[in-house]
Write a protein that binds this ligand. Structure first.
Ligand code: GDP
Length: 200
């Protein structure tokens, strides 16, 4: 898929504020620092899209980016902030839950995981929650340039072994590096086939 235009549409503090047009959406989520903004910029071919339009104060909002006037790339707030109050965690969880459970045009959630980091409780419980709630998702392992192939295989196996304790099948996985600019094509291709299954 070739992306011609990518523009910031809006930030939303709750589901009601999200864009009303019913075009397909693909949401990206992960713990802070996983490389989400870098990946969004790589996918859209716009080096500054995710960061420039999203000031630090907006990291707890849902950000919609309109791609080629035909689908939304949705930047969800990062989970796993250690230093937030219980109250703000609750607000954050309600926002995410509401969006993920009720947004009908959401076609797939991309769960970002840093390939170097062992499976974390927060990631596993989020993945399990998606599975239990039958929300379609895939995994994206980021920062693959930081490991060699043997280490990547080891890290991947660690994740798969843990997931197989709970699930019979594994979700689809992508491997990305914004340094090597890899993984972009396969993710965009995948999005393309979900938007237009005829192209599969
Ligand atoms: P976010 O908090 O999830 O949006 O993460 P950022 O996109 O801001 O990235 C966090 C840090 O990881 C930054 O220093 C990035 O330059 C770095 N980073 C992101 N993706 C990659 C990658 O694929 N390879 C390497 N080596 N560094 C990356």
């Amino acid at each position: 898929m070739i992306i011609k235009t990518a523009e910031f549409k809006k930030s939303s503090a709750d589901l009601d504020q999200c864009p009303k047009d019913r075009i397909p959406e693909f949401a990206f989520i992960g713990r802070s620092n996983v490389g989400k903004s870098s990946l969004i910029n790589l996918l859209t071919g716009n080096k500054k899209l995710a960061r420039t339009s999203v000031s630090p104060g907006k990291t707890r909002l849902i950000n919609h980016f309109l791609i080629d006037n035909s689908w939304y790339l949705v930047d969800l707030p990062g989970y796993g902030y250690a230093k937030t109050s219980k109250r703000s965690k609750e607000i954050f969880l309600r926002l995410i839950n509401d969006y993920l459970l009720k947004r009908e045009q959401l076609l797939c959630v991309f769960v970002l995981l840093d390939i170097r980091i062992n499976p974390q409780h927060k990631d596993k419980s989020f993945i399990n929650w998606l599975g239990i709630n039958k929300i379609p998702f895939v995994l994206v392992f980021t920062k693959t340039d930081k490991l060699n192939q043997r280490e990547i295989n080891k890290s991947r196996k660690r994740y798969f072994d843990e997931l197989m304790e709970t699930w019979e099948t594994l979700p689809r996985c992508f491997y990305t590096s914004t340094v090597h600019r890899s993984g972009r094509e396969s993710i965009l291709e995948f999005i393309g086939t979900l938007i237009d299954p005829e192209k599969q």
